[in-house]
Write a protein that binds this ligand. Structure first.
Ligand code: ZN
Length: 404
């Protein structure tokens, strides 16, 4: 029996069952086509603490030893990370020698923004060995390890870290409670833990069921994060909604009763908007998703019957949830175009669509935008091909076509 990752309750309700799915980042070489491993993908909700989570964990050694995602691929994230760094430098009056640590800092993109502001005492803790190389090339001290209590105690002084950042990794963490103990150990008396996570409420509002994949073990509302941290003497004191990744929350955390622990107005407002998202609301969401599946299938099949060619634009991990749940494969989509060279020559798991370099000489009638969270940026930079008649299908929150 599975236990809740937050409160250990065994009273879990099934919300959304995708059946067996290949691990979403298992981009395949040609000789591995058809040999991908399948794992259960089911979203459940704890009846006691209402934390949305996956019922099954793919071992972290399978998921994070190596991966092909690079933060620095999009300019939207670059601006976002710089805004975050400026905001925190001002809000917490960070000094140039204050220690700043990024958990799962990927290729060092966020820490580079702190360095831009003259804050040079930065350390990245990144589990994927191949990604660490990119971070070190930027001159960032990088520890190749899974962040947990043991890593924190081994590499960091007690109470020596002024700012700990975790952007978009807090839902990946299998050893959630050990990670929180590690943060508690490192954080200085006036230190702040800045955590950015995809907001479960936004997933429901935007119909973004494609954010459900094996690496995302938990789907938080603010109250879930508060409940998780409280037993460790950590308090959220500031929080707000951000549009990044189709809807996230950025929360700021410090020691309970510490000098920073004064709740902001933004915190209260963000907590208030959580109230809507209950188990009943999640079950309604499931019905919406089932209806969506048949609509997208009908829409794409109709285009094929008209003789149109369809490629996918971008091959993010979550694209595999959308394609595989909706049974869209290489008979409907001829290729996935990418700019990330680490993915070229590979095939999408299950759908077996080949991934090729974006080429403006080889254009389809329609692009299905799998990287829809960067829709604005992608539409802007593709105005030239849109004017030539190429159309973009943006799948969420409702199927819409740009260029018609
Ligand atoms: Zn629970």
């Amino acid at each position: 029996m599975t236990k809740c990752r937050g409160c250990s309750s065994t009273d879990l309700a099934s919300v959304l069952d995708f059946g067996a799915q290949p691990w979403c980042n298992d981009f395949l070489t040609k000789d591995r086509l058809g040999k991908e491993e399948y794992y259960p993908l089911e979203l459940v909700c704890c009846r006691d603490c209402e934390l949305l989570q996956l019922s099954y964990t793919v071992p972290k050694e399978v998921m994070f030893f190596d991966h092909q995602y690079l933060s620095s691929m999009t300019s939207t994230l670059g601006k976002h990370f710089l805004d975050i760094a400026k905001e925190n430098k001002g809000q917490f009056r960070l000094d140039n020698d204050d220690l700043i640590v990024d958990i799962g800092g990927n290729d060092g993109f966020q820490l580079m923004q702190y360095k831009e502001l003259g804050l040079n005492n930065v350390v990245n803790v990144e589990s994927a060995e191949n990604i660490c190389m990119f971070s070190r090339k930027k001159g960032i001290k990088t520890i190749n390890a899974f962040f947990n209590e043991e890593t924190a105690r081994k590499h960091f002084e007690p109470g020596g870290t002024r700012l700990i950042n975790a952007s978009g990794v807090f839902f990946h963490l299998e050893e959630l409670h050990s990670v929180i103990r590690g943060i508690k150990h490192m954080l200085s008396e006036d230190g702040v833990f800045v955590v950015q996570f995809m907001y479960a409420g936004a997933m429901v509002e935007n119909n973004n069921f494609d954010t459900v994949y094996h690496e995302h073990l938990c789907y938080y509302n603010l109250r879930n994060v508060i409940d998780l941290l409280k037993p460790y003497g950590l308090e959220v004191f500031d929080a707000y909604h951000s549009d990044i990744h189709s809807g996230s929350i950025i929360a700021k955390v410090t020691h309970a009763g510490g000098s920073l622990d004064k709740k902001t107005e933004a915190f209260r407002g963000t907590l208030e908007s959580d109230k809507k998202y209950t188990l009943e609301e999640y079950l309604r969401f499931f019905k919406t998703v089932e209806n969506y599946k048949s609509r997208l299938q009908a829409f794409l099949t109709d285009l094929k019957l008209q003789g149109k060619t369809i490629y996918a634009y971008g091959g993010p991990a979550k694209g595999n949830t959308l394609l595989n749940y909706c049974d869209i494969d290489d008979k409907i989509i001829d290729k996935v175009v990418e700019i990330n060279k680490l993915k070229l020559g590979f095939y999408m798991p299950q759908s077996h669509i080949p991934i090729v370099l974006e080429d403006k000489e080889d254009l389809p009638d329609y692009y299905l935008l799998l990287s829809h969270n960067f829709a604005k940026e992608i539409i802007r930079k593709n105005q030239d091909i849109i004017s030539k008649g190429v159309k973009f299908i943006i799948p969420f929150p409702e199927i819409q076509v740009v260029g018609e």
